[in-house]
Design a protein around this ligand. Structure first.
Ligand code: BG6
Length: 498
């Protein structure tokens, strides 16, 4: 292995575990879970005595193995899938065929859970549509697979975690009747991204930022995820979701909590989550009459993205031709506490935008007095940009003297890439799977966080659900004029990633 291949393990080792995947033939398993697991096995982050047990209907074990292999050939990002590599990984694979609604499936699963290294540890990964979570929880409980007497038992739940506050509460209730909260891992893969975790390190491992990190110096903050992708094959899900649910309620609000939270007393799951929930509780409720002013919804029309002609959202497979589902959403939030009173947090996301980039942009106040007034360009407000992806890193925009005989001011941009080319940067799923195996829930959402974030967006969802029309932007552009109104009064206006 080169140094790039060395993921610098955290010094703790994982125990041999039965890694059970519900939805073993699904897209998430193929694209994300298996590529993460094979690397983790090779790096020693998954104990070599572990087993990966796929649960799925309609496939024989041989067919499933072929699917996994084909998926690895397509999605592995660290080199070719050699026969030797496949042979050693596939020795860990085992399949339990069966319907998730059938009690026998869980009885057979219970039989297949092995004693590994003296314990029967099991992690249950729900890579399935959320409507199946209650059936799986019930099945596991009935088969006696939840008790931790013989080893740990942890359940991993993917988003969407409910479709609104009520369904999220029901789901939490269902899970909590079977599992203790400490056994539940609600994944938000944004929290597994290296650059997102770096937000915490940047804030709390440097002393120079803290004095500036508040309403006295910051004008506003924009947290964004612009994508160039359209629907691919997901319009069926997206029709009932839309951008507000899909990205803002989950990923972007989680990022907002990391940007806005107070320093936790220690870096443990509950200490960090206790601070995050305080941020969510302090978010000002948006009154129905203010929603039009505080939120923007739009949908992509046809256009050209990365030199390719792409269809309008309404022409995507499985989208309704008169759909008013938003593929772009933005909300202006306020956090009513001492640190952030009056500072707008603008969260926005869009599909089929001009460029793919996720960022946190902190815009500072303009200098209180312009000493260099008599010359061409006045100093601009400083901006600190955390590029979450791609090209992870930090950019600081400063003012500096323009070389020459005047005191004209020019914009100076300082860039700090997050990792050197020879460094290993794990994928979000590698980090999160390892955390589940280690029992570290710091990067997972707690029940109260999920419910609180639904409660915050609920009034907007309510108002948007009955709309018949929606404004359109051309795919491949930033053409959402409503954003200028949403950012009214914010220094520098809408920040589009460059
Ligand atoms: C998912 C959303 O949670 O995140 C997708 O459902 C979105 O619609 C994806 O494309 C974005 O993730 P990433 O890691 O590509 O930014």
């Amino acid at each position: 292995m080169s140094s790039k291949d060395n993921p610098s393990p955290r010094g703790e080792s994982t125990e041999p575990t039965n890694i059970v995947i519900f939805g073993a033939t699904g897209d998430l398993t193929k694209r994300k879970l298996m590529p993460a697991l094979i690397k983790m096995v090779e790096y020693g982050l998954v104990h070599p005595q572990s087993r990966i047990i796929g649960v799925a209907n309609n496939n024989t074990e041989a067919e499933w193995r072929d699917l996994v292999k084909a998926g690895l050939e397509k999605y592995l990002d660290d080199g070719a899938m050699s026969e030797a590599r496949w042979r050693s990984f596939s020795a860990m694979l085992k399949m339990v065929p069966g319907d998730l609604a059938d009690d026998d499936t869980y009885a057979r699963l219970a039989e297949s859970i092995e004693t590994l290294g003296g314990r029967k540890n099991a992690m249950f990964y729900c890579a399935i549509p959320p409507q199946w979570y209650p059936a799986v929880t019930r099945g596991l409980r009935q088969a006696g697979l939840i008790s931790e007497q013989e080893g740990f038992r942890r359940i991993v739940i993917e988003k969407p975690f409910g479709m609104n506050l009520q369904s999220a509460r029901e789901l939490n209730g269902e899970l909590q009747t079977a599992f203790d909260e400490s056994q539940i891992y609600r994944i938000d893969h944004y929290l597994g991204k290296e650059s997102v975790q770096n937000l915490l390190v940047y804030r709390f491992a440097n002393s120079i930022m803290e004095p500036l990190w508040n309403r006295n110096y910051i004008d506003h903050i924009q947290i964004s995820a612009a994508e160039t992708l359209g629907m691919e094959y997901r319009a069926k899900y997206y029709e009932n979701s839309g951008a507000l649910r899909d990205m803002i309620q989950s990923h972007l609000m989680q990022v907002m909590t990391l940007v806005a939270m107070e320093p936790p007393v220690e870096f443990t799951a509950n200490a960090v989550r206790d601070e995050k929930i305080k941020v969510l509780r302090a978010i000002r409720a948006i009154a129905p009459e203010d929603i039009e002013r505080m939120a923007v919804a739009a949908q992509y029309a046809s256009g050209v993205v990365e030199d390719e002609k792409v269809p309008a959202y309404v022409a995507e497979q499985d989208a309704s031709p008169d759909s008013a589902t938003e593929t772009f959403a933005a909300v202006r939030f306020y956090i009513d506490n001492w640190r952030w009173q009056g500072v707008p947090f603008i969260l926005w996301t869009g599909k089929r935008m001009k460029r793919r980039a996720s960022e946190v942009m902190i815009r500072f106040r303009v200098p209180p007095f312009n000493l260099f007034d008599s010359h061409a360009s006045p100093p601009k407000a400083n901006a600190l940009v955390f590029r979450l992806q791609p090209d992870e890193g930090i950019v600081l925009r400063m003012n500096a003297k323009m070389p020459g005989l005047t005191t004209d001011v020019q914009r100076m941009v300082m860039r700090a890439p997050y990792a050197r080319d020879d460094m290993y940067v794990p994928e979000a799923y590698e980090t999160l799977l390892q955390d589940v195996l280690l029992g570290d829930a710091t990067l997972f959402s707690r029940a109260d966080e999920v419910e609180e974030s639904w409660e915050i967006v609920e009034p907007i969802l309510e108002q948007w659900k009955d709309r018949f029309s929606i404004s359109r932007y051309r795919a491949g552009t930033w053409d959402v004029p409503e954003m200028d109104h949403l950012l009214e009064g914010c220094v520098g206006g809408w920040h589009k990633p460059t």
